[in-house]
Design a protein around this ligand. Structure first.
Ligand SMILES: Nc1nc(=O)c2c([nH]1)NC[C@@H]1CN(c3ccc(C(=O)N[C@@H](CCC(=O)O)C(=O)O)cc3)CN21
Ligand SMILES: O=c1ccn([C@H]2C[C@H](O)[C@@H](COP(=O)(O)O)O2)c(=O)[nH]1
Length: 314
């Protein structure tokens, strides 16, 4: 994954200091593109371990059309917890200790961190066990799953954008409309986090399926390795269903940033030598992308450098 390391170097060299919503601070560039040939292997970073199980269960959650944290918690996937927790602590029903600005405060104040962890554990338990609570406070709003699978049109109808893409690839592979859009101006107020990867498009040539995805805002150290692997997996799944090979994965990022508290981690990673990419094997029995489960996926030959920890900006 030379391309990803080049991107890191590019942001470190050319990035400008920029404040951001989370109060963390970033170095950021505007506009960057990368191309990865999926025939070269599955693009999961090798310069740090990226938990593929978390990438895959998040994508499966999107593909189910689900927007509730309960499924992710059942899969022991905690990458979205903070955004559900935020909704809970900002609600009128929450009467526990003050959790204002918990993301930054838990990094700076160990005593507060303990309190936050307790409250988060209570929240997770309730989402898992209490149906009414989960429905109200476990739901992240009309995020990716909803937009991908049940887009509400201006005509009042509901549209499944993924099904449309699959049907079109089978029917008319030369189409230039093989596109899914998650950005809806009227829905922004109903989302815990407006979509970061907000659109993707497919392209079929010579029996191969390529995918290009667009990101308005991208956390280079924590988000991007997940995003690349997730779209690579989506491309493999759709190619499998449509009897195609995989082609290229093309990334287009707008505000591409490294958070100021991730710079050391990025530098550690840049000192490491990339290793051979793993390969992905899909269960040959898998018929529909909408039935995919974690057991249908097998990653072969993933031998990364050790993980590197970092705080996520909320
Ligand atoms: N600031 C920020 N960056 C993101 O990448 C991001 C958001 N916010 N908000 C929504 C989702 C959630 N995503 C996340 C959140 C956390 C990790 C993360 O902490 N990854 C760790 C492993 C975590 C674990 O093992 O539980 C890593 O080392 O990759 C990754 C992606 C991507 N998105
Ligand atoms: O898939 C994702 C989801 C989120 N991110 C990052 C990009 C930003 O650092 C934050 C979102 O903050 P905004 O202020 O809404 O831009 O999350 C990502 O990299 N990948």
């Amino acid at each position: 994954m030379k391309q990803y390391l080049e991107l890191c170097n590019y942001v470190l060299e050319h990035g400008v200091r920029k404040e951001d919503r989370t109060g963390t601070g970033t170095i950021s560039v505007f506009g960057y593109q990368m191309r990865m040939n999926l025939q070269d292997g599955f693009p999961l970073l090798t310069t740090k371990r990226v938990p593929f199980r978390l990438v895959a269960t998040e994508l499966i959650w999107f593909l189910k059309g689900d927007t509730n944290l309960r499924y992710l918690l059942e899969q022991n996937n905690h990458i979205w917890d903070e955004w559900g927790f935020q909704k809970w602590v900002e609600s009128k029903e929450y009467t526990g200790p003050d959790m204002t600005n918990f993301g930054l405060r838990s990094q700076e104040d160990p005593e507060f961190e303990q309190l936050y962890k307790q409250q988060l554990a209570i929240y997770q338990q309730r989402v898992l066990e209490d149906d009414r609570f989960a429905e109200q406070f476990g739901d992240l709003g009309n995020v990716y799953g909803k937009q991908w699978r049940s887009w509400e049109g201006a005509d009042g109808q509901v549209y499944d954008q993924i099904q449309y893409i699959i049907d079109e690839i089978k029917r008319n592979p030369d189409s230039r409309r093989l596109l899914c859009n998650a950005w809806s101006a009227s829905e922004l107020k109903n989302q815990q986090l407006p979509p970061c990867h907000y659109a993707f498009q497919f392209y079929v040539h010579d029996g191969k399926l390529s995918c290009m995805f667009q990101m308005r805002s991208n956390d280079v150290f924590l988000g991007l390795p997940f995003n690349i692997a997730s779209y690579a997996l989506l491309t493999h799944l759709i190619a499998h269903e449509c009897n195609l090979e995989v082609g290229e994965l093309i990334y287009t990022g707008a505000d591409v940033h490294i958070y100021s508290n991730h710079i050391e981690q990025v530098q550690t990673m840049l000192e490491r030598e990339p290793r051979a990419l793993p390969t992905l094997k899909l269960n040959p029995e898998l018929k529909s992308i909408f039935d995919v489960e974690w057991d249908d996926l097998e990653l072969i030959g993933y031998d990364p450098h050790p993980p590197i920890k970092a705080h996520v900006a909320v």
